[in-house]
Design a protein around this ligand. Structure first.
Ligand code: NDP
Length: 300
């Protein structure tokens, strides 16, 4: 058996098209144009690429995009002051501070400084709390993308056994909470889990966010399971030439593909969903902040 590929690029393109439709509706109706501010501190090459894509896709969806680039040695107080200005700026509906921040800056303090109503990354304690309470808030983008892809592959998650490998604030914990809200029976695994292969083998839906290249092997996967691979790892690829690298996930793709029912590729799986969900969150934030209904096309 060979697993069906879950095409994150195609699903993300559909979600982006829905966002563009929602933005057009808001322009034609209440006359609102959602705006997303992206803040980049320093010049980490991967972050530069992410920020460029976010800025481009925001504009492509018809939203206003505000880009703030600060030097790597920007004092924390200056960044906090910028966040505060963006909190007060009525044209800004979403604020995204690109991670990782330089070491001299306290990430938690910066995240906590973002107005929860504009926290389109869903990382503030307020939005994290709403997620735990099962109340509507702004939900972190990558976890949201994982659950959309899992539903795309298997339909209803109700009653399924879901295993999440990883318990980070950014991915593992929110994914587990979202799966639980969708009525899956959720197990969270981490670096201290005993017999991780056996735990994974019990999963109808296996979400892996460990940051360990090809940690999950084919014989850890239950036949027919849905595998969502969040990992993005750059590893040496001597077969492609000296010094060359390639991207791999946290799942040994070819092995798992032979056993699973459906699986996300890396790249082209969860990754593209993250920006699409960010755009959707910005529209949701704009509507809630301004007291308008979220266009039905976004299904909230
Ligand atoms: P973290 O390093 O913050 O967390 C990793 C988690 O995996 C921890 O909970 C850790 O356990 C667990 N873990 C590590 N090693 C093992 C192991 N051998 N067995 C079981 N569990 C293990 O990573 P993130 O959650 O931030 O990211 C995870 C991956 O997802 C990374 O590859 C990252 O690049 C990728 N990512 C992809 C995104 C996308 O858009 N596609 C967005 C965000 C992240 P413990 O808590 O015990 O230490």
């Amino acid at each position: 058996m060979t697993a069906t590929l879950i095409d994150g690029k195609a699903r993300a393109a559909r979600l982006k098209a829905d966002v563009a439709t929602a933005v057009a509706e808001l322009a034609a109706g209440p006359g609102v144009q959602p705006g997303l501010a992206v803040v980049l501190v320093g010049n980490d090459p991967a972050s530069e690429v992410y920020v460029a894509s976010k800025v481009r896709d925001t504009a492509a969806a018809g939203m206003r995009s505000f880009e703030h680039r600060l030097a790597a040695d920007t004092p924390e107080a200056e960044l906090l002051a910028l966040v505060e200005r963006l909190n007060r700026d009525d044209a800004v509906d979403g604020i995204l501070v690109q991670m990782p921040l330089p070491r001299h800056i306290d990430t938690d303090r910066v995240v906590s400084g973002i107005d929860p109503a504009k926290d389109v990354d869903g990382l503030t304690p307020w939005n994290a709390g709403l997620l735990v309470l099962g109340k509507p808030g702004l939900v972190p983008c990558t976890p949201q993308g994982c659950v959309i892809l899992a539903k795309e592959a298997v339909g209803s998650l109700s009653g399924l056994n879901a295993v999440v490998v990883g318990r980070s604030i950014l991915v593992g914990k929110p994914v587990a909470l979202l799966l639980q809200s969708a009525d899956a029976t959720v197990t969270m695994a981490h670096s201290r889990t005993r017999d991780l292969p056996a735990v994974c083998r019990a999963a109808d839906v296996l979400v892996v966010a460990a940051g360990r290249p090809e940690l999950v092997r084919g014989d850890w996967v239950k036949p027919g399971a849905c595998v969502i691979d969040v990992g993005i790892n750059r590893v040496p690829a001597p077969d492609k030439g000296e010094g060359k690298t390639r991207l791999v996930g946290d799942v040994a793709f070819e092995e798992a593909r032979a056993v699973a029912g459906s699986i996300t590729p890396v790249p082209g799986g969860v990754g593209p969903m993250t920006i699409a969900c960010l755009l959707a969150n910005t529209v949701v934030a704009a509507c809630r902040r301004r007291g308008h209904a979220v266009p039905a096309v976004l299904g909230r």
